[in-house]
Design a binder for this molecule. Structure first.
Ligand code: G6P
Length: 362
């Protein structure tokens, strides 16, 4: 029955709409009594650990990138991330005070699997965050956290990303608890936000309709820049990847503050800027970055709870009191927008050209 579209036009659409439910499943038993627990791992996982290194590919890499902000901000553990295919051949220095995490929907991606084996052979503690039980990575890693997204059919990953993001956010708080790195009040505040995520992921009709209407304005042009700061930078890259994957339009995700160091030279009305402007993180900074682009005549589509007078198009998100809630809501907007553009272009949303769901060869 999982192979049915249940009235949705594409599996991708169905999977976008499923996100609220699968994220609830993913939180089940892990969030309780103002505390985060993972029965599948032990608190000793952080013994002797001074650093976290994450490796992944594709969309899983973007979820991992967002996690580096959370592990440092909440767990207070040094954290960096690398694309698995780069990591493998750079002759990385591996020390056993590093917890090595791989993130993968399939658990089979060749480069990520090899990176995991390298770390394991070097004697590092390893953890895989994965959607497929009994996959190759779960058999190699010391510990596994399953993301419980259910089978994902669309090649453009959606619900796998949201469940990875919630696991990584929960994990950063679990580590914060073990390390006592932030106050109980702050942990409570974070958990209070976490439990609201399923609600935030419910697709509002009005929002979907808005992306459908807007999609026809964005079928041409010479490129898209998705921009954001903080965790909205990895989200911007993910938004750009979604568009590339299924629309075959040129899109780049960029840190908003970096535009002035080169990319702004491309600005003209045919350059579309999709600006992630959350209320709760660096709003004024992003705003001034977008103003610079607008002054150079780039066409601006802002995604924000706050109206921005210079935007040509505006997707209004709900007023939330935590930046990660804005992150999940904007994720849905970006997924819908790329899907609607792809549909309007007449593409096969679920089976984009040249791409495979799982890349098991190098
Ligand atoms: C392929 C898929 C992507 C996915 C990437 C990593 O390129 O098309 O959607 O993000 O592999 O896959 P993984 O299963 O390791 O998350």
């Amino acid at each position: 029955q999982f192979a049915q579209k249940n009235g949705y036009r594409f599996f991708m659409e169905k999977e976008i709409y499923e996100q609220s439910d699968v994220v609830s499943d993913c939180m089940l038993g892990r969030v309780k009594n103002n505390s985060i627990n993972f029965d599948e791992i032990d608190e000793s996982i952080l013994d002797g650990i001074n650093e976290i290194k994450i490796c992944a590919c594709g969309t899983s890499y973007h979820a991992s990138m967002a996690a580096t902000y959370l592990f440092e901000r909440l767990s207070k553990v040094k954290c960096n991330v690398e694309v698995a295919s780069e990591f493998r051949y750079k002759e990385p220095l591996l020390t056993n005070d590093t917890l090595f995490i791989v993130v993968s929907q399939s658990g089979e991606t060749a480069d990520t699997l090899e990176a995991l084996k390298m770390a394991k052979n070097a004697g590092l503690k390893t953890l895989v965050i994965c959607n497929v039980d009994n996959s190759s990575m779960t058999r190699v890693a010391d510990a596994t956290i399953l993301t419980r997204a259910g089978i994902e059919k669309g090649v453009a990953s959606t619900k796998a990303f949201s469940t990875q993001a919630i696991v990584l956010w929960m994990l950063s708080l679990y580590f914060a608890k073990i390390k006592n790195s932030i106050s109980h009040d702050l942990i409570k505040k974070e958990i209070n936000a976490i439990i609201q995520v399923p609600k935030v992921l419910i697709v509002e009709n009005k929002l979907h309709e808005k992306t459908r209407r807007l999609s026809k304005r964005y079928l041409h042009g010479h490129g898209f820049f998705f921009i954001g700061r903080d965790v909205f930078y990895p989200l911007a890259i993910e938004g750009a990847l979604k568009l590339k994957e299924i629309s075959y339009l040129h899109a780049e995700g960029y840190p908003a503050g970096e535009m002035k160091h080169g990319p702004i030279a491309l600005a003209d009305p045919e350059l579309f800027t999709i600006a992630l402007m959350p209320k709760n993180t660096l709003y004024d900074k992003v705003k001034s970055n977008v103003e610079e682009l607008s002054a150079r005549d780039s066409t601006i589509c802002s995604i924000s709870p706050l109206e921005f007078e210079l935007s040509d198009d505006f997707i209004k998100t709900n007023d939330r009191d935590h930046y990660m809630l804005e992150f999940f809501e904007m994720l849905v907007v970006l997924q819908l927008l790329s899907m609607e553009i792809s549909i309007r272009l007449g593409n096969d949303v679920d089976m984009p050209r040249n791409l495979a769901k799982s890349v098991t060869v190098e």
